[in-house]
Design a protein around this ligand. Structure first.
Ligand SMILES: Nc1ncnc2c1ncn2[C@@H]1O[C@H](COP(=O)(O)OP(=O)(O)OP(=O)(O)O)[C@@H](O)[C@H]1O
Ligand SMILES: [Mg+2]
Length: 368
């Protein structure tokens, strides 16, 4: 029997359920008794509850940590029947919080009878990250202009001070206590010079020498550079490398600098002992691609420590130049990492809670 050509080419029927399930925004319907009667996939992951568990639950339980949302929903029910929109932090059932925009409307049939409430929730995390990225780039550009001007003005007098201190050291060679003072002057001038170099580095676009790199080899070399610290401090290093990863496109020196800064920070956060875990994987979060850039595959590297962690109020500032909580820190380490990774077309993010360690994730483009 011949197949009906019309049937063969016919596309599968589009159902409302398929449409709602495929939406990136969360959709939740609450029936007139206040129970959840529909929840799509995006909403399931936002509230951290499967449909099987959420359906027929009272909405007051599902949203119990979000008083702002509860009052929006109350407002949409009879007798008020108001539609409202708002933006706030949504706390899911596990206590994790994410910025969301919410739209709550009364659901009515064609005769105006109330069928409950419909809720749209949009996760704003990625958008907030992009806004932060933009602000950071602007701040760096401003700092760049300032640094270039300042560096020029400061380097000349510094050269003079260093030359004079060197002459002084030679003239005082018979008096060791005074020689020491001259040496302190020279050392401190070198420190300021280094700081200026770092600032200039931060402000000028780097000339990247991109080559295919084996990320595991590079990480091993960085660990070798820091081997003394791991032994002195009794730090255990765990490597969870995915051996199937393809090479990444990167500048060897600059990426070495990034991972060195991150690993140094991790060691400093762990004081005398702890565990550093370095994990590599293929990136599956495809939002990572910057808009307008050609699509590509990415890998990520997690540098995770179990040190002191980062205070919530410090988290928005740690990539800013000169932000430091250390006595002897310059606060340029992470700002430099940020700039280098940005120039590689990658991304650097952090997750941390005070007292619970920190994880820095670097995403980099692979060669194919
Ligand atoms: N792994 C980490 N654990 C806890 N806090 C961290 C970690 N990495 C960075 N920080 C916080 O971020 C701040 C900024 O880090 P950054 O590397 O930019 O500067 P720094 O380490 O203070 O100084 P520098 O790197 O110039 O010596 C640190 O002072 C610290 O408060
Ligand atoms: Mg540092």
């Amino acid at each position: 029997m011949k197949a009906d050509p019309k049937k063969r080419n016919a596309s599968p029927a589009i159902t409302w359920e398929a449409i709602l399930t495929s939406l990136e925004d969360g959709v939740i319907v609450i029936d007139p008794r206040g129970k959840i009667s529909f929840i799509n996939q995006a909403a399931e992951s936002l509230v951290a509850s499967s449909a099987a568990r959420a359906l027929q639950e009272p909405y007051t339980r599902l949203f119990r940590k979000n008083l702002w949302l509860l009052s929006m929903i109350e407002n949409s029910q009879p007798p008020c029947l108001n539609s409202t929109r708002g933006e706030s932090d949504f706390v899911n059932l596990w206590g994790r919080s994410a910025p969301v925009s919410a739209s709550v409307s009364p659901l009515q049939d064609q005769y105006g009878r109330s069928l409950g409430t419909i809720l749209l929730l949009r996760d704003l995390t990625r958008r907030r990250e992009m806004e932060e990225d933009l602000k950071r780039s602007d701040r760096l550009a401003m700092l760049g202009t300032l640094a270039a001007g300042l560096a020029h003005e400061i380097k000349n007098p510094l050269g003079g001070i260093k030359g004079a201190a060197q002459l002084l050291r030679r003239a005082l060679v018979r008096d060791p206590s005074l020689v020491e003072y001259a040496e302190i002057m020279i050392r401190e001038v070198d420190r300021v010079n280094l700081l200026i170099e770092q600032l200039l580095d931060l402000s000028q676009p780097a000339r990247l020498n991109l080559t295919p790199l084996n990320i595991h080899e590079l990480l091993d070399q960085v660990l070798l550079l820091e081997r003394e610290t791991t032994q002195e401090k009794r730090i255990e290093v765990r490597k969870r490398f995915d051996p199937s990863l393809p090479p990444v496109y990167g500048d060897r020196l600059q990426l070495t600098q990034v991972f060195l800064n991150l690993i140094k920070n991790a060691f400093q956060a762990m004081n005398d002992q702890g565990c550093l875990t370095i994990t590599t994987r293929m990136e599956t979060d495809f939002h990572i691609r910057e808009e307008g850039k050609d699509p590509g595959k990415f890998i990520w590297v997690d540098i995770q420590d179990d040190g002191i962690g980062i205070k919530e109020e410090d988290l928005p500032h740690i990539f800013a130049p000169f932000f430091t909580t250390k006595n002897a820190g310059t606060g340029l380490g992470l700002a430099i990492c940020y700039r280098i990774i940005k120039e590689h077309g990658g991304l650097i993010r952090v997750e941390s809670r005070e007292g619970e360690g920190a994880t820095f994730r670097v995403s980099l483009r692979v060669t194919s």
